[in-house]
Design a protein around this ligand. Structure first.
Ligand code: SAM
Length: 315
């Protein structure tokens, strides 16, 4: 598999996200018994970063929970650019069960995730039940209801092929997750992906977390930082405002979309939970956190009308 040098830099963004999640988990921001298997790094991150990740993980979780409640688990989750995200394993420890959980990322990333899962009984045990078997290749892993596969999301034939290998059911309600992924994908490729999903699936929700309000000075600094690491930010034109974020979906055949910046998402987390994490670490001043929250967003788009009420309001 040949990669563009930019792809290598994009792949490396997963290590950064995983390190940050691991750090926040160790400090007690949220519970995750699994991230430690995937990350060795023990580096401590700034309090603002930890709080930012807390809001990100909680925000996505709130939407997923609502969707699972609404479908009573009669649904699929498809995690696009999954990196080392542990949602599948965390859900296994709750009452929420889903019909199928599918994870896609570049083969370089899924190979590392497969390798870690293969070597850890605690992870493997959550993928197969008593009689279910796990099929493995260097980059792909198939359990009875968990599938991790290497694929370039810009190649729709390959995506289709992989989803079929994962026994996807296009008629089952499906929630797509993309956490800091679409910004790295060329606008046209991204639109094609979103259009393709809209044509294939009957009822779906898309939860997208990524940068927004990139056309100010703070946005410039964020983008220059990513570019400095060699990332192509091919999808950044959709990250200009909440409106461009919503329009990307509406222009790609999705029925509707809502978007909130992370200030709003953070405020929708229960007061008790916010108070708990605000006591974990002191912030020197709130200005940096506020800036960060204003420059990230959560977008929820839906296909059909069944899931137009999936949002961030507290349950
Ligand atoms: N979603 C994970 C999380 O939040 O922990 C990882 C986020 S990381 C910032 C971005 C991920 O998107 C990387 O793992 C990268 O490999 C993946 N990605 C970006 N472009 C991709 C593409 N064209 N095909 C497959 N994966 C892609």
């Amino acid at each position: 598999h040949k990669f563009h040098p930019c792809d290598e830099a994009v792949i490396a963004t997963n290590d950064d996200a995983s390190d940050c999640k691991r750090c926040a988990v160790r400090l007690g921001y949220w519970k995750d018994d699994y991230i430690g298997y995937f990350v060795r790094n023990q580096e401590r991150k700034a309090p603002e970063i930890n709080r930012g990740y807390f809001a990100r993980v909680k925000g996505v979780e709130m939407c997923v929970e609502k969707f699972l409640k609404k479908t009573s688990g009669n649904c699929q989750i498809i995690n696009l650019g999954c990196g080392f995200d542990t949602l599948y394993f965390r859900l296994r420890d709750t009452a929420h069960q889903v019909k199928n959980f599918i994870e896609l990322d570049f083969p370089t990333v899924t190979a590392r995730k497969c390798y870690t899962i293969k070597r850890n009984k605690a992870l493997l045990a959550r993928i197969h039940d008593e009689d279910g078997e796990v099929r493995l290749s260097p980059t792909d892993l198939h359990g009875p209801s968990y599938h991790l596969m290497g694929v370039d999301l810009r190649n729709l034939d390959e995506v289709d092929n992989k989803l079929q290998q994962a026994e996807v059911d296009y008629s089952l309600p499906t929630i797509f997750l993309a956490e800091c992924v679409l910004v790295y994908i060329e606008a046209q490729n991204c639109r094609n992906l979103l259009k393709w999903i809209a044509q294939k699936f009957q009822a779906a929700v898309f939860v997208n977390y990524e940068q927004v309000n990139m056309n100010d000075r703070f946005g410039d600094v964020m983008l220059n930082n990513l570019r400095g690491r060699g990332c192509s930010l091919a999808g950044v034109e959709s990250c200009l405002s909440l409106e461009t974020q919503r329009n990307r979906f509406k222009d790609s055949g999705w029925t509707g979309a809502r978007a909130w910046d992370m200030v709003q998402v953070y405020e929708s987390i229960s007061a008790a939970e916010r108070q708990r994490i605000e006591r974990l670490e002191m912030l020197d001043e709130g200005e940096l956190l506020l800036q960060l929250f204003q420059h990230y967003c959560l977008v929820v788009a839906w296909l059909g009308v069944a899931f137009q009420d999936i949002d961030i309001t507290c349950v």
